[in-house]
Design a protein around this ligand. Sequence first.
Ligand code: ZN
Length: 358
Amino acid sequence: MTPPFFLDAHLDLALNALEWNRDLTRPITEIRAAETGLRDKAGRGRGTVCLPEMRRGRVGLAVVTQLARVNRNEGVNPVAVWQSPTQAWAMTQGQLAWYRAMEEAGEIKMIATKADLEKHVEHWKNGQTSVIGCILSLEGADSLITPGHLEMAYAQGLRAVGPAHYGPGRYAQGTASTGGLPPLGRELLAEMDRLGMILDVTHLSDDCFWEALKIFAGPVWASHSNCRALVPGQRQLSDDQIRALLERDAVIGAALDCWMLAPDWVQGQTSSEERGLRLGAVVEHIDHICQIAGNTRHVGLGSDLDGGFGREQSPCDLDTIADVGHLHDLLQARGWSEQDLKNFAHGNFLRILRRALA
Ligand SMILES: [Zn+2]
């Protein structure tokens, strides 16, 4: 069976274009070759994501991020962390400019309404397009100068917000930090509710996770999160958190970053070849959620494949994003029905999007 088209709920395309200086319209071999000799970031010369590879893997729809953190205490870091919210806002506006330029070039289509979503889905189902649909999401809300800036971002097409990223944030505490929502965060969640936006709980500290679910009434997803029962650590969702998400009819996107797939992974040291870490590990996380839910309605793909790493931190049987089709084969081998497979590939995340964009 040919895999259905995929919706990837988490890619940092614009960050790769602007901060890694990658021309994502080029073949992956060219992008890798252009980075020969560069040592500024782990993952140089090993990228797995570009628009041609997304098309080859039938990743026809993606939730793509704007992303810029603020933390004065981390010192002056050329691009990853900004000294002020105004600088971070300008960075995310630059990222938006790149998405719009890609749209003008006919490479992608920005999707912010239900009508556009349905038209795009029909075209991919019928093989009538190779344009990649993109839904805008903000990963970490630091760059919103005030909660009032959210309305401006919404007008620009933003439809989902993950209030936190790494460390303490202006609106929420993120990965590897503790503590609840600051007053600004509670204000932001109320504004998200008013505008009808999706809450992305990925990266929230445990305290913020529970508080946000209590305050926020709208649609929820975890765009790129795996299971803490399989890989200990606060970056993953506990079974209690998974159950709370199921009660909200949320969907959880499986992340393909080895660090979140294997409990013994040491960044910069472990190799997926030597460790024998394959895409089958992703299936274990997907299966764990399905076992808790008793169905396949809450899992999807949130690959994060361009989230600051490349092949060195990806399953060894994945060369590029085009290989996500293997997940389909692995699930099929486990006896998943055609409907189950479609749920995973795009159906579940589409259910949340249809609700949110209506
Ligand atoms: Zn992330």
